[in-house]
Design a protein. Sequence first.
Length: 211
Amino acid sequence: MKIAIDESGDSGRKFWKGSSRWFILTAVIVPDNDTCGVTCQAVTQYAAEHNGSREMHFAHNSHENHVNFLSHMYSKDFVYLSVIIDKKKLLQRKPQVFRTKMALLQYTFDQLFAQLHPWLDDPVVLIDSNGPKHFNRALTRHLFRLFGSRRDAKKNDIHGLKQIRAVDSAKEPLVQLADYISGAIHHHVDGKHHSTTFEDFVQDKGKLVYL
């Protein structure tokens, strides 16, 4: 399998200065870990026909584009799992999680892969490379230490990560799909947006986990 991960919301806790209430991390999963097949082809096709071959980015596209793209992808072969953090509530329970951006990401990735672990089948994991290289390397080491396939090799546990790649989201259709799913879920939980894209195109394709 191939898993692409992207987030919606920010990692900040200065809510009085505009930090988002919600932080959402989404894993989009397809069965083919080499080519991604028709699912990635469908993203690329839509971008070419309707977005000038530019990156599909939920925050940069109109509501009409949200509806059209998610409708286009609805029947494609993918599922997702999203971890949803209400930062105000988590800050009260676990303030240490917010000491740095890396601490919040590690916590959220841990929760995501703890949920995914029973279904992992030697996956290749794609994460957006927009962050600093040392940041991505540290996150990769952390995930392999907890969920890497070698960790449980002596136990014959196949539920581990085969590879983690930092990729340019502009060149990786599956990461763009993860961005879109995260954006639709953010609209759903935030309550400030008059949008039913989650209910219409996303809710029966995966699972939400609230923290």
